[in-house]
Write a protein that binds this ligand. Structure first.
Ligand SMILES: [Zn+2]
Ligand SMILES: [Zn+2]
Length: 295
């Protein structure tokens, strides 16, 4: 039974007392069975949490109690259990690690709704659609024809933007999971002189909820126990990632069980077992294996 809810939300806003918020919020979450991660900073809030439906309703009220967050948009999924094992409420310097320096977050790109993106695709207008997420996220899912910069972390975005020199007049759409990274990514593009930049309102999450079978291909990586969401009903578009070993279509990630290696690895179920959850023969021989719990 899907009596749990997973909430994803963020808001950039000048927030005056993040330390006090941390103290109060952790108490609230613990006494109401809310698990997940909540980052708070002077620039706003970024959170994914899970809980029973009735507790999540209380949680939403708790957040809206703060004037700064009274208009927060909660993106909500049904789920059959918690999507986290713990609750972390932390004070952070930034709600998304970017290290872009000071960029003007009041000058972010115009937000377009999912149906407008469909119209763009269908009009065959010339535009660039750019994934602002990390490489391992875009490897298993992306918008049709999207440019997927090979970002190791979001901090690599400025280097990627350098490579777009000369395209300042192009129509550019950026996207990420729920929109939070695009606010900074698009503001950065605008600051660098790009003139026609848009971001998708509510990110991929919002798009696939409205149009699971349109221009999204593959799975969406999520930062909770679910790991991935696979919206597409069309069999050939369900999985665009490929098994590291045999090339079979998959969206399934593991971390190499040689703890000295630990790389994130796409694998099919069969190859995972065959390779003892490791990425290579040498990792299989490592003495520092992560324990596997059976049953
Ligand atoms: Zn395989
Ligand atoms: Zn390895």
């Amino acid at each position: 039974m899907e009596n749990y809810r997973v909430l994803l939300f963020y808001k950039y806003v000048t927030f005056s007392e993040p330390e006090k918020f941390v103290e109060d919020h952790i108490v609230f979450c613990k006494s109401n069975g809310i698990l997940g991660r909540v980052w708070i900073s002077y620039e706003g809030i970024n959170a994914t949490v899970s809980g029973l439906l009735e507790n999540v309703e209380l949680y939403k009220h708790e957040i809206k109690r703060y004037n700064e967050f009274s208009d927060v948009w909660f993106k909500e999924d049904k789920y059959s259990s918690h999507a986290f094992k713990k609750i972390h409420v932390r004070f952070k310097k930034e709600i998304v690690n970017s290290s872009f320096g000071s960029i003007d977050l009041t000058k972010t790109a115009t937000k377009i709704d999912p149906h407008y993106l469909n119209e763009l695709y269908e009009s065959r207008k010339d535009f660039l659609i750019i994934d602002a997420r990390n490489e391992y996220e875009s490897r298993i899912g992306k918008f049709k024809n999207a440019i997927t910069p090979q970002l190791k972390t979001f901090r690599d975005w400025p280097d990627f933007v350098d490579s777009l020199k000369g395209l300042e007049n192009k129509t550019i759409i950026t996207y990420c999971t729920g929109g939070i990274r695009c606010e900074k990514a698009s503001a950065y593009l605008i600051e660098k002189g790009f003139k026609d930049v848009y971001q998708i309102n509510g990110g991929i999450w919002n798009y696939i909820n409205e149009y699971p079978d349109k221009f999204w291909e593959g799975s969406m990586f999520v930062f909770d126990e679910r790991r991935i969401i696979t919206p597409n009903e069309k069999e050939e578009l369900k999985h665009i990632g490929k098994c590291h070993f045999c090339g079979t279509a998959t969206s399934y990630y593991i971390n190499c069980h040689n703890q000295n290696c630990d790389i994130i690895l796409l694998t099919c179920d069969e190859c995972k077992t065959k390779n003892d959850y490791c990425c290579s023969e040498s990792c299989k021989r490592s003495k520092n294996q992560r324990p596997v719990f059976h049953g």
